[in-house]
Write a protein that binds this ligand. Structure first.
Ligand code: ISE
Length: 337
């Protein structure tokens, strides 16, 4: 793709709206040319805000449109896989928000379909790999002064008052970020998962307020991940890696510290859009630059599938009350590197 890339965004809620505004604002080399949402009014208002993109009522029509070069999928989770498959069908590059699918079997179909094409089209929206705080941890690990990584700790605190969440939703919609971060930073796959949860209410045992997940990596390293569906105070994501010679922890959110009425307070973000504001811009900039080179370089459909395979093991572990193996298909050669 040589000239400016013409991007269509499917889904104009929080995430899709952010991608659209970023595209229309600070991303060089690309233009927002199309938007799709079942909420036509919301999509039209966003199009007006973003300089007049065309508005579609059908995501598949947007994907097939000859004046759309590449697609961002930011619609509800359950639509991601079929829309990604439609992009593969017409060979259009796609930045697909996580999760790749809402179940591991469907995610496998998407990854295998792309693998059969023999060319990467899909990038997954695991934006933490573009987050300065996570990158600083990665760089510290790459300097290898810490020695061999032995333990991963992830804390993922959401703030979603009043939103009832199930075990499957927390595992496939939220924890997939942490599973991907763990594999990315530890440079290894997860072999076994032991998960437990605190229900949001005792009358609904499948509801999930908090999930605690223990990981056993293939190389013998360990991990723990806490996912809190509603922290009650704010939105925070931290990672910490223990190595043979020390440990590295991600820096806290660099918010404002305020002194007032005999108190000192530090700003804590309300959600991921604020906490990862920089990461979303850098993710989109990197994706667009790769489009111009005719390649896809960020997290892959295999990363999306693998994180759902871990989520599936966590769901089975909670259901059966025991450690569960991570079951995956054979890794296609397309994802070998
Ligand atoms: C949301 O969809 C995201 O992707 C956020 O990054 C994550 O923190 C949140 O739990 C998800 O619901």
């Amino acid at each position: 793709m040589v000239g400016r890339s013409r991007i269509g965004v499917i889904g104009t809620g929080g995430m899709g709206g952010r991608h659209a505004r970023n595209l229309a604002g600070s991303i060089k080399g690309a233009d927002l040319v199309a938007l799709m949402d079942l909420d036509h009014e919301r999509a039209s208002a966003l199009a007006k805000d973003c300089g007049g993109a065309r508005v579609f009522d059908d995501g598949f029509a947007l994907i097939r449109d000859p004046d759309v070069d590449a697609v961002i999928i930011a619609s509800p989770d359950a639509t991601h896989a079929e829309l990604a498959l439609a992009c593969l069908e017409v060979g259009k590059p796609v930045l697909c928000e996580k999760p790749l699918a809402t179940d591991v079997e469907t995610a496998a179909i998407v990854a295998q379909t792309e693998a059969k094409l023999g060319k990467r089209c899909i990038q997954l929206g695991f934006m933490r790999v573009y987050d300065p705080a996570h990158l600083a941890v990665k760089e510290a690990l790459d300097r290898s002064s810490l020695g061999k990584p032995l333990m991963f700790r992830g804390v993922h605190n959401n703030l979603m008052p009043g939103r009832k969440r199930s075990v499957a939703d927390v595992a496939t919609n939220s924890a997939v970020h942490d599973f991907h971060s763990a594999c990315w930073l530890m440079q290894d796959d997860i072999e076994t998962v032991t998960a437990k949860h605190v229900p949001a209410s005792t009358e609904e045992p499948d509801s999930c307020r908090l999930m605690l997940i223990q990981l056993a990596f293939k190389n013998g390293a360990l991990g723990t991940i806490e996912v809190n569906a509603d922290s009650g105070y704010g939105y925070e994501v931290t990672v910490e890696i223990t190595g043979e010679h020390g440990l590295v922890r991600s820096a806290d959110y660099a918010g404002v510290t305020a002194w007032h009425s005999h108190k000192r307070s530090v700003e804590i973000p309300p959600d991921w859009l604020v906490r990862f504001e920089r990461a979303y811009i850098d993710e989109l900039h990197a994706w667009v630059q790769a489009l111009k080179q005719g390649v896809v370089t960020g997290p892959s459909a295999w990363d999306g599938y693998r994180s759902l395979a871990v989520a599936d093991a966590a769901i089975r572990s909670i259901d059966k009350g025991r450690p569960e193996p991570v079951k995956t298909i054979a890794k296609p050669p397309l994802y070998a590197s």
